[in-house]
Ligand binder design. Structure first.
Ligand code: PGA
Length: 226
C-alpha cells in the first residue's frame, strides 16, 4: 500500500517483564533485521513499567518499532503520588494513547480530564492517539490522530465492517478537518487489517489482543506493507 499507514499495538495491562522481553526477541527473529517500508510506522504500547526495557531492546535488536504509553497524568510534574507526567514520558516515548474507552468507563475519565491530558501531552511534544467510540465524541484541539473504536468491537472478535469504519472515519474527518489521520480499532487481526487500510479515510489501525503476539503483530505489519 502506498499511503502512510500507522499500526499501533495496544498491549493494555498485559505481560510480565519476561513476557515483554520475549515479545521483542521473537519479533526480532521474525523481522530478521529488515526494515519496514517508509510509509509504514509501527508503534507498540507496553505497560509504563516496561517502557525503559522496551526502549533498550528496540535499540539493541534494531527493531523498526516506535514506543507509546497507554496513560499519563492530567497534571504537570509534582506532588501527585502514583502519577506519571507527560514530561517524564517524553524521555521514553513518542506516542500517547488518550481517551480509550476502557479508561473512560473504568476510571471515569470524562471530556474535561481527557482535554487536560491532551494539553499535557501537547506541552511535552507527544503524539496523541485520541480514541473515540462515536463520530460525535469530543476531540480536543491540537489532537492530530484520532482512533475510532466502537465499544462493541473491542476485545469481542467482532470487528466493524470496513465500510462502517470508513463512514465514521470520514464523518470524524469532516467534523475535525485539522486531524491528519484516523485509525480504526476493535478486533483488528492479520486477516482483516488490509480491508480497513484499503479505505480512503483510514490511515492505520489500533489492534489490542492481536498485538500481544509477536507472530500476529508481525503478520499484520507484513500484510499492511503489501
Ligand atoms: P482489540 O482492542 O483489538 O483487542 O479489540 C483494541 C483496543 O482496545 O484498542
Amino acid at each position: 500500500m502506498t499511503k502512510d499507514i500507522l499500526v499501533a499495538g495496544n498491549w493494555k495491562s498485559n505481560k510480565t517483564l519476561s513476557q515483554a522481553e520475549d515479545f521483542f526477541r521473537v519479533f526480532s527473529e521474525k523481522i530478521k533485521g529488515e526494515s519496514l517500508p517508509q510509509n509504514l510506522t509501527a508503534v507498540v504500547f507496553p505497560s509504563l513499567i516496561h517502557l525503559e526495557k522496551a526502549r533498550f531492546l528496540i535499540n539493541d535488536y534494531r527493531l523498526p518499532l516506535k514506543l507509546g504509553a497507554q496513560n499519563l497524568s492530567a497534571r504537570q510534574e509534582g506532588a501527585f503520588t502514583g502519577e506519571v507526567a507527560a514530561s517524564q514520558l517524553s524521555d521514553l516515548v513518542e506516542y500517547i494513547l488518550i481517551g480509550h474507552s476502557e479508561r473512560r468507563k473504568n476510571y471515569a475519565e470524562d471530556d474535561e480530564i481527557l482535554a487536560q491530558k491532551s494539553d499535557r501531552a501537547i506541552e511535552a511534544g507527544l503524539k496523541i492517539i485520541y480514541c473515540v467510540s462515536d463520530k460525535n465524541d469530543r476531540v480536543p484541539d491540537g489532537v492530530d490522530i484520532v482512533a475510532y473504536e466502537p465499544v462493541w468491537a473491542i476485545g469481542t472478535g467482532k470487528a466493524a465492517t470496513a465500510q462502517e469504519a470508513e463512514e465514521t472515519a470520514s464523518a470524524i474527518k469532516s467534523k475535525h478537518p485539522k486531524v491528519s489521520r484516523i485509525l480504526y480499532g476493535g478486533s483488528v487481526n492479520p486477516d482483516n487489517i488490509v480491508e480497513f487500510l484499503k479505505m480512503p479515510t483510514i490511515g492505520g489501525v489500533l489492534p489490542g489482543k492481536t498485538s500481544l503476539d509477536p507472530d500476529q503483530f508481525f503478520r499484520m505489519l507484513k500484510n499492511a506493507a503489501e
